[in-house]
Design a protein around this ligand. Structure first.
Ligand SMILES: *[C@@H]1O[C@H](CO)[C@@H](O)[C@H](O)[C@H]1NC(C)=O
Length: 370
């Protein structure tokens, strides 16, 4: 125990120290007046970056990993305006849609076949290519793009950037990390619960790609880590019941409905401090995908049920009154059409639908801290 602790401690200290020395070196290089002064600040071996043996610059997911050399971990790039990332994509691995805010990328395929798609800006068409080994594609600075290994073997790419700090902005992770009400509005009111549920699904990069590829390669989509999502602070907090370890004191009225096919999936919420907690869950199928079909069916069935109930009550009340009127010698000659509750078939189930739409979004109370 003591040994493990001290091992971790020295590892943390070593990592902290190397991060500090990288930052110090980058700072010194940045203020060096000339290139010759920068060269004097670097040893020969500091001109080399070993992509195959790195503990820094890594991004890991279930579908593979990337290693990046930039001013964050490789001081020699300072003053040279370049950076590089190597992508190690496993079978069906995808470098999920992202943007480099400060650099254009030139992506060279070493082996495997990569599908590369990009969206440069509003109004520009979607550009798509299948890259063979030896081919390279350009992704303009700021373009949303992805690289997908549509094969059943590992694939390798080399991406050069024309900035020493290209930066990366993962589209799904960042978009769903906006305030849930804003995401809901941007998505045409799909429901804040659904926003939280969808966000909980966003896998870490490199993720697993299309169902078609996975089936073709005989692979299953496992539970993927989801730690790269946008950390929550108070301004983009999830609604109560999703955010923290504290269970909501009064769960929504319909949360007690038992829905065996809608297995709850724990929501992993990454907090600002980096600690993870389990939150609520979303309306998702057992395959881990949001299930709009089941939700739609549920709403339809509830709406129908409520509609029929209302019809039955109205019918009962009216026929009772009718009977009473008859006994009193009142109205005899009502036709069936006049007797039918006019417009009820339309308006009542619709109102029921509208009402239940808000409420029939069962999710489980958050469980404990992970
Ligand atoms: C690419 O190279 C790696 C490493 O040599 C190898 O494991 C992989 O199978 C290769 N992929 C293809 C599609 O040839």
């Amino acid at each position: 125990m003591m040994l493990t602790t001290s091992l971790y401690l020295s590892l943390a200290l070593a990592l902290g120290a190397s991060a500090q020395s990288v930052a110090d070196k980058v700072a010194a290089l940045r203020i060096a007046p000339t290139s010759n002064d920068r060269i004097k600040l670097l040893n020969d071996n500091e001109f080399v970056f070993d992509f195959l043996h790195q503990s820094t610059g890594e991004t890991n997911g279930a579908g593979g990993h990337t290693v990046a050399a930039s001013s964050a971990n490789f001081p020699a790039v300072v003053g040279n305006g370049m950076a590089m990332t190597i992508g190690f994509l496993g079978p069906c691995g995808i470098n999920t849609p992202h943007v480099h805010p400060r650099a254009t990328e030139f992506n060279f395929v070493v082996n495997g076949t990569l599908q590369a798609g990009l969206l440069v800006e509003n109004g520009a068409r979607f550009i798509f290519n299948e890259l063979q080994p030896g081919q390279a594609a350009i992704f303009p600075r700021g373009a949303i793009h992805f690289e997908f290994n549509n094969g059943c073997e590992d694939a390798l790419f080399v991406a050069a950037f024309n900035d020493e700090d290209p930066g990366v902005d993962q589209v799904a992770q960042r978009f769903f990390g906006l305030p849930p009400a804003i995401v809901n509005a941007a998505m045409g009111d799909i429901g804040v619960e659904q926003v939280a549920g969808l966000e909980a699904k966003i896998p870490d990069n490199i993720a697993l790609g299309t169902d078609e590829c996975l089936q073709r390669c005989g692979l299953k989509r496992p539970d993927q880590p989801t730690a790269q999502r946008q950390p929550r602070v108070s301004a983009n907090a999830l609604p109560a019941g999703f955010a923290g370890p504290a269970a909501p004191s009064s769960p929504p009225a319909t949360a007690t409905m038992s829905l065996p096919s809608l297995s709850p999936v724990p929501v992993q919420t990454v907090q600002a401090g980096g600690a993870s907690v389990n939150g609520g869950a979303s309306l998702t199928g057992p395959d881990g995908k949001p299930d709009p079909l089941v939700l739609g069916l549920l709403i339809a069935v509830c709406a129908l049920g409520v509609g029929y109930l209302v019809l039955a009550v109205v019918w009962f009340v009216r026929s009772r009154r009718e009977r009473q009127e008859r006994t009193r010698g009142g109205v005899y000659f009502r036709t069936g059409a006049a007797f039918a509750p006019q417009g009820l078939e339309k308006s009542q189930p619709f109102e029921a639908y509208e009402g239940s739409h808000e409420r029939v979004t069962p999710y489980d109370a958050p469980s404990g801290t992970a």
